[in-house]
Design a protein around this ligand. Structure first.
Ligand code: NOJ
Ligand code: CA
Length: 714
């Protein structure tokens, strides 16, 4: 019998050694007994199902793989690894531990679960497959484990055939399948309507060919007619492709659909190796989905011993002015005939729209320092932007060569003298091998000039050609960039990378990702007003998002007369984002001139904490509203944030989370009487009120509105 070492007690072990029978099953429950997981082998096929409070969440669903015997897309060589199984061994265990976070929505996370571990053998081939299930009070995680064995060494996964059979035509908040982009608005529809609501236009053409019209991305948020909230995602995506879900609308069954590589293969494995965990978070209270820490609990503990250099960052950026088109990343209008390594940039004529000039960067440093920020992101500082998107070459940037009007020594010295760190920007342009080749030098350059964090990005189709943003090759690359950054004590915030799956627990220098539709889209035509009432239920399940909140000027034509976009939220909603959308790094995305028009509202961005002792989810309905209260780490001030969807609504919050018997002063930043995300987004008011743990606050929120509150002991 193989002993499970969990390192803590109580551990219960049991074992069944049964001869092969037609149907065998074993069940385990969550610690509070509300969830029940049943595993069975039926006619040689492995299945699982999940119940919550005696209601079926996942109906009997198949498990397993299709392997491929050779590296080519050859369907004659497919090999089933999902049938003819016999049951060798079963072990159960329980665990209840608490671990300390480096950053997060709370300082400590409890990991309380029961485990079922089954060992199977495919009788026809002798190959071994193990499956490990963990049942928590708020959901299920399971993964496949390929042990070291004689009959399975290096192998190719052609398909994973894991099913998630839904028990009804649930309402879902979904984005369409795509191997290269997650930057979509969500659609709310019944599962049965996904096909007709599917958009035919993909952001990336490379992704179009292989998706069925019912493929969606995870994390997928659903609600059953009975009011159960169900979330499907994955945890610890390492050395494996990201999972999408293809729906069979006849049976309401999702089947896992892994991102293929350039050959159409899904994963290259080498036993012993595990898949990521497949997760099902479930509750009849939507707030529990936000409070769930299953995704982190299923990741390995922190591997970085000294984390003193991993610090929360409040930053501004020479950025929004480029995104809106007021200024530009590139130095010259000679597009794209200038190239790094070939062009003598001292002879190139600059245009007058370059954003990352010495003068402009100094202006931002002064403003950021005056208002108490930690850092300033500067994009468009390095040579290569003339051709970054067209990529007439496979290499575009070398990450160490500034444009002539960006004096890196002078600017880093100046920033340092003002207490500001510059934040590096590496747009890789998805020339991934080029980035890997330059990475050591690029990180060393950062060290030499005192940069402690990098925002990286992966715009455009991946080079090597044919690889996808969410395939195994790229999943390995993103982690490589994070692991290498540890050697240089650098924090990473990767945009366009695969959506996170809690890996930030293991590598806490991965402080954020974009990996969803962020604020930038408000300047590219706008996002749905309820977008940020969905993201915490989907994208943020896996980790912090660099959403880049804090835009005060909603009419983008005021930034750039040629850009008619509109930011579809009220100003108070933008303030609420700092609490609603958790991240240890938070940007104040707008420009100094816009902040100076609303200094009283800007005060909230300056004050709001970045690190939290604990979080209380006060109100939540995916797609409609979220209200969260968080206690600053090491302090006594609470911050409350609300984001509201389309319908104007009165939010009612009970302040019983405050210390009893203490009087606090609440500073409330809220929508004005006439506020509306489109018609009157800048109508806000600020009120001060005395409150105690016995108070209830009723606050009206506008369509696309929200609020933010600071609650201080007085
Ligand atoms: C897309 C990123 O999301 C954005 O923040 C960045 O400015 C551009 N790429 C350029 O790298
Ligand atoms: Ca992006």
């Amino acid at each position: 019998m193989r002993l499970l070492f969990l390192g803590y007690l109580p551990i219960f072990l049991s074992m069944i050694c049964a001869p092969r029978m037609e149907a065998q099953q074993k069940e385990i429950s969550s610690p509070n007994q509300e969830l029940k997981l049943v595993f069975e082998i039926n006619e040689g096929k492995p299945f699982y199902r999940l119940e919550y409070k005696n209601q079926e969440v996942i109906r009997k669903s198949a498990l397993g793989f299709i392997l491929r015997g050779n590296a080519y897309k050859d369907t004659s060589d497919l090999d089933h690894f999902n049938d003819n199984f016999e049951w060798l061994d079963t072990q159960t265990a329980s665990s209840d531990t608490t671990w300390r976070t480096v950053w997060g929505e709370e300082s400590h996370i409890r990991d309380h679960h029961n485990e079922l571990f089954v060992s199977l053998r495919q009788s026809t081939t002798g190959r071994l497959l193990n499956i490990r299930f963990r049942v928590f009070d708020d959901g299920l995680g399971f993964r496949y484990e390929f042990p070291s064995q004689k009959h399975l060494g290096m192998f190719i996964i052609a398909d994973e055939t894991t099913e998630f059979a839904m028990n009804g035509d649930h309402e879902a908040l979904w984005i369409q399948g795509d191997y290269d982009s997650q930057e979509y608005d969500y659609t709310r529809s019944k599962l049965s309507e996904i096909k007709e609501r599917y958009k035919s236009s993909y952001q990336s053409n490379a992704s179009q060919e292989t998706f069925s019209e019912t493929g969606v991305q995870t994390a997928l948020m659903m609600k059953s007619q009975e009011g159960l909230y169900i979330n499907l995602h994955e945890a610890a995506l390492i050395d494996y492709p990201a999972m999408h879900l293809n729906l069979n609308p006849e049976t309401m069954t999702f089947v896992s659909w892994l991102t293929p590589d350039a050959w159409g293969n899904k994963a290259y494995m080498n036993a012993p190796q595990n898949t990521p965990w497949r997760t099902v978070i479930v509750s009849d209270d939507a707030r529990d989905i936000l409070a769930s820490r299953i995704t982190y609990n299923l990741n390995e503990p922190n591997t970085i011993e000294d984390t003193s250099w991993i610090k929360p960052i409040k930053f501004m950026g020479v950025w929004w002015e480029m995104i809106t088109g007021r200024s530009s990343w590139s130095y010259t209008a000679d597009l794209p005939s200038v190239h790094i390594g070939e062009t003598d940039f001292s002879k190139v004529k600059p245009h007058n729209r370059h954003g990352a000039t010495n003068e402009n960067v100094i202006r931002y440093i002064d403003f950021a320092a005056e208002h108490g920020f930690d850092a300033l992101l500067v994009e468009g500082w390095n040579i290569g932007w003339e051709d970054w998107f067209g990529k007439t070459k496979d290499y575009v940037f070398d990450f160490v060569t500034p444009y002539p009007d960006f004096d890196v020594q002078k600017l880093t010295d100046y920033a340092k003298s003002k207490g500001i760190a510059l934040m590096m920007h590496h747009e890789t342009s998805s020339s991934v091998r080029n980035y890997e080749r330059h990475l050591d030098k690029a990180y060393q350059f950062m060290k030499d000039y005192g940069y402690t964090s990098v925002k990286s990005g992966y715009v455009g189709d991946i080079i090597p050609r044919g690889e996808k943003h969410y395939g195994q090759y790229m999943v390995n690359h993103y982690l490589y960039a994070v692991q290498k950054a540890v050697d240089y004590k650098i924090m990473v915030n990767a945009h366009e990378a695969v959506r996170p799956t809690g890996v930030g627990r293991t590598y806490p220098n991965l402080v954020a990702n974009e990996s969803a539709r962020g604020t930038e889209f408000q300047a590219f035509g706008g996002s749905n007003p309820n977008h940020t009432t969905i993201l915490p239920f989907t994208r943020l399940i896996g980790g912090p998002m660099d959403y880049t909140p804090g835009v005060f000027e909603m009419d983008i034509s005021k930034m750039n007369p040629n850009n008619n976009s509109h930011v579809n939220t009220t100003l108070s909603n933008q303030l609420g984002l700092y609490v609603v959308m958790y991240s240890p790094i938070q940007m104040a995305a707008d420009t100094p001139d816009n902040y100076m028009r609303f200094p009283d509202a800007f005060q909230f961005i300056k004050d709001v904490a970045l690190e939290w002792e604990k979080s209380v989810y006060l109100e939540a309905e995916p797609g409609s509203y979220i209200t969260v209260a968080r206690l600053e780490k090491g302090g006594s001030t609470w911050y409350v944030g609300n984001n509201n969807g389309y319908e104007a609504r009165t939010s009612s919050i009970d302040l019983s989370f405050l210390d009893p018997g203490v009087t606090y002063e609440a500073t409330i930043y809220r929508d004005g009487k006439n506020a509306h995300y489109r018609k009157n987004p800048q109508d806000y008011r600020i009120e001060k009120k005395k409150v105690t743990a016995k108070s209830t606050l009723k606050i009206e929120t506008a369509s696309g509105g929200g609020y933010a509150i600071q609650i201080q002991k007085k």
